[in-house]
Design a protein around this ligand. Structure first.
Ligand SMILES: Cc1ncc(COP(=O)(O)O)c(C=O)c1O
Length: 400
């Protein structure tokens, strides 16, 4: 067998997750005793609220949860997802159109696997979450990046989408609040994009996983609330990970029209079957337990967000739009490219992230993980003291 044929071309083409790569490099340095501060992780630093963990502990002892259950999820959880959608998004869905997945990530993969064929193009607003292009490519599609920089608050316009549209455009990925930029589309912008997609018969995959993490006067707008007619060509992706500090529990879901739900259910029945029943019971408790815990976390994130943005803006060469959603700041560092920092010539944001890790012992994710070079992503989901210490180290390094 030729060495080049051992791994399939399909999987061989998948890039490693750059966010995980930064995280593992930082962890290796930490394990070697270096005082690394990590801004790389995309998860709340809080533990899962007790009332959720207690339900899970009881569920582990209940033999009902020791067996296979329906591949698409426990009926009680699907009902809770429908009730939560009505509460948070203001429209009704049929629990039969819900599939419970192993995290929002599986929902993203299944969404594209369900609607994309080879030759199809998917419009991908950039900077984008690093998993989307891989999911699109693996489904045989071609991601078409539509870039919005710091000057436009990382928000693409309908004009930009229209300019990128071809007869092969099958779908649009829409993520608001956004990972990695923290940008949030207004109701007006969301409606305009939804109406444009409706007019051109373009599927929308809307990732709403950060719906509850909005700040200042930003408001999360569910695209199906403002353009309900789009329901027949929309797949909603969501999950409990970010809202309830449940990243490790692996419960997400997709909501889609009946034909897509059927196709994705068949796929999941062969791929993973049901999500762990203990985790599903925990998710029911989370969704039925109200939003008090997330409001507390949001207050902490908001405080840290303000500190981080102020400190980043104080650095010469850094431009940081105010993120109003999720828990990331996404400064442009284009002003630092071409400089020599800590003895190293900086030719890209990847270079800069390396120098920051090696010399300031702070882990940040370079823009290359999310599209064009020239940016850094810093998560502010970490303790206040570490946050200040980490950004202070970056300030000192870049002031040299
Ligand atoms: C934009 C976005 N969507 C979906 C996910 C998936 O989250 P999970 O698979 O943990 O539910 C993430 C996680 O980082 C994300 O940032």
């Amino acid at each position: 067998m030729k060495p080049s044929r051992r791994v399939s071309a399909r999987l061989g083409a998948i890039a490693p997750s750059a966010t995980l790569a930064v995280d593992s490099k930082a962890k290796a340095l930490k394990a070697a005793g270096r005082p690394v501060i990590g801004f790389g992780a995309g998860e709340p630093d809080f533990p899962t609220p007790d009332f959720i963990v207690e339900v899970a502990a009881a569920a582990a002892k209940d033999p009902r949860n020791h067996r296979y259950t329906p591949a698409t999820g426990l009926p009680e959880l699907k009902k809770a997802i429908a009730a939560k959608t009505l509460r948070d998004s203001g429209y009704e869905i049929d629990p039969a159109n819900v599939i419970v997945t192993n995290g929002g990530k599986q929902a993203v993969f299944q969404a594209f696997a369900s609607i994309v064929d080879p030759g199809d193009e998917v419009l991908l607003p950039a900077p984008y979450w690093t998993t989307y292009p891989e999911a699109i490519t693996l489904a045989g599609g071609t991601p078409v990046e539509v870039f919005a920089g710091a000057d436009q608050g990382y928000l693409v316009t309908v004009e930009q989408l229209e300019a990128a549209r071809t007869e092969n455009t099958k779908a649009l990925l829409f993520c608001s609040p956004s990972n990695p930029t923290g940008a949030v589309y207004t109701e007006e912008q969301t409606k305009a994009i939804g109406e444009w997609a409706l007019e051109h018969g373009i599927w929308v995959v809307t990732d709403e996983i950060y719906e509850h993490l909005v700040y200042d006067d930003a408001v999360f707008t569910p695209i199906l609330r403002v353009v309900p007619e789009l329901a027949d060509q929309t797949i909603v992706v969501n999950g409990v990970a970010k809202t309830y500090a449940m990243t490790g529990w692996r419960v997400g879901w997709m909501v889609s029209p009946a034909d897509v739900t059927k196709a994705a259910s068949n796929f999941q029945s062969h791929l993973t079957s049901n999500v762990s029943n203990v985790a599903q019971r925990a998710a029911i408790a989370a969704l039925e337990g109200g939003l008090e815990a997330v409001h507390e976390m949001r207050a902490a994130f908001d405080r840290r967000r303000k500190t981080m943005v102020e400190m980043l803006r104080a650095i010469d060469g850094v431009v940081c739009p105010t993120p109003t959603g999720a828990f990331y700041a996404y400064p442009s560092v284009e002003g630092l490219i071409g400089r020599t920092i800590g003895g190293a010539e900086i030719t890209s944001s990847a270079d800069l992230a390396t120098v920051i890790l090696e010399q300031a012992e702070v882990a940040v994710v370079p823009g290359e993980a999310f599209g064009p070079s020239g940016f850094l992503r810093l998560s502010y989901a970490l303790g206040d003291e570490d946050l200040v210490e980490g950004v202070t180290r970056i300030q000192k390094l870049l002031a040299q």
